[in-house]
Design a protein around this ligand. Structure first.
Ligand code: ADE
Ligand code: ZN
Length: 334
């Protein structure tokens, strides 16, 4: 495929996005606009100065800037506008279904009501479906660095929204915060009817991927690259068809794979693991889902059939019912 053919193929490819932090879609321009109207003082004098700070050495360096950026989000309307802006970008990238993470503890710790956050996001998801036909699910992520007790409090706040939040997940600083620390809160979440996912094996070891599977009983692993070091685990991921939600531009920007030609996506795909391509925090990592498809396709020389398979996995790995999955898969050209 020529470069133009590749771009056209990716643009036209129907897909689902399964790993997107809504706070990570806050573009610098919108961040400044919201900070101004909410009278939030920023550390950076201009959009350009802020963008210059987006040169990350590792996950923690990024997270510090990402949580500071989220401080601009104050009112229900902010969460609505943030989510609508993401949905428009996703729609332009031919995303037909999206599963969105949100980090409520980042907001409730600043005194923002849980209800404002969730209502803003849910109203936008409903309007996005009406306007653009994008279906969606919402996933609440617990922040590892805040520990178990705070996660239990977040879960408690989510109970009235059980019908609107499909799953709980686990994100933030990975090393030193193994999934085992969150076993009890995940048990409780499953008892309450939530599905489970977890970030694991992004900067942490393969053992964290195993813990997420064995102790948190997750349906998907977010990232999961460290599994490449563990042959038995690779076999298990293929045998159990555990989806991995990979995020190439994030990996490049956070120095997980500064050289994308060394990324394990293709090897895992060839081993029969249902890997997917996603954008993670597109406003911080330089691109939405199609930019991620393009970057990894170029780095690993992916074929049309690889790309098609990635799109199929994005639908099969989603939390949609079987019927809608089949309908969406049927939209992928042969
Ligand atoms: N929160 C937002 N993006 C994240 C990532 N890539 N890893 C862990 N936590 C996150
Ligand atoms: Zn993530």
């Amino acid at each position: 495929m020529t470069s133009t053919e590749l771009e056209e193929y990716i643009s036209a490819l129907p897909k689902a996005e399964l790993h997107l932090h809504i706070e990570g879609s806050l573009e610098p321009e919108m961040l400044f606009e919201m900070a101004a109207r909410n009278r939030v003082r920023l550390k950076y004098a201009s959009v350009e100065a802020l963008k210059r700070a987006y040169a990350f050495g590792n996950l923690q360096h990024f997270l510090d800037i990402y949580y500071a950026g989220a401080d601009a989000l104050r009112r229900e309307q902010d969460f609505y506008e943030l989510t609508m802006a993401y949905l428009r970008k996703a729609h332009a990238d031919r995303v037909l279904h999206t599963e969105i993470f949100f980090d409520p503890q980042t907001h409730t710790a600043r005194g923002i009501p849980f209800d404002s956050v969730v209502r803003g996001i849910l109203d936008a998801l409903a309007d996005g479906e009406k306007e653009m036909g994008i279906s969606s699910r919402l996933i609440l992520c617990f922040l590892r660095h805040l520990g178990e007790e705070s996660a239990f409090e977040a879960l408690q706040m989510a109970l009235p929204y059980r019908d609107h939040i499909v799953a709980v997940g686990l994100d933030s600083s990975e090393r030193g915060f193994p999934p085992s620390l969150f076993r009890r809160v995940f048990d409780k979440a499953r008892e309450e009817g939530f599905l489970t996912v977890a970030h694991a094996g992004e900067e942490g070891p393969a053992a964290y991927v195993r813990e997420a599977l064995d102790l948190l009983l997750v349906r998907r692993i977010d990232h999961g690259y460290a599994a490449i070091d563990d042959a038995d685990l690779l076999e298990r991921l293929a045998a159990e068809q555990i989806p991995l939600t990979m995020c190439p531009l994030s990996n490049q920007r956070l120095q997980v794979y500064p050289d994308l030609t060394l990324h394990p996506l293709k090897e895992m795909l060839d081993r029969g693991i249902p890997v997917t391509v996603n954008s993670d925090d597109p406003a911080y990592f330089g691109g939405y889902v199609n930019d991620n498809f393009l970057a990894i396709s170029r780095a690993l020389n992916l074929s049309r059939s690889d790309l098609r398979l990635l799109a199929v996995h994005s639908f099969t790995g989603s939390f949609l019912d079987q019927e809608r999955k089949a309908d969406l898969i049927a939209t992928i050209p042969a």
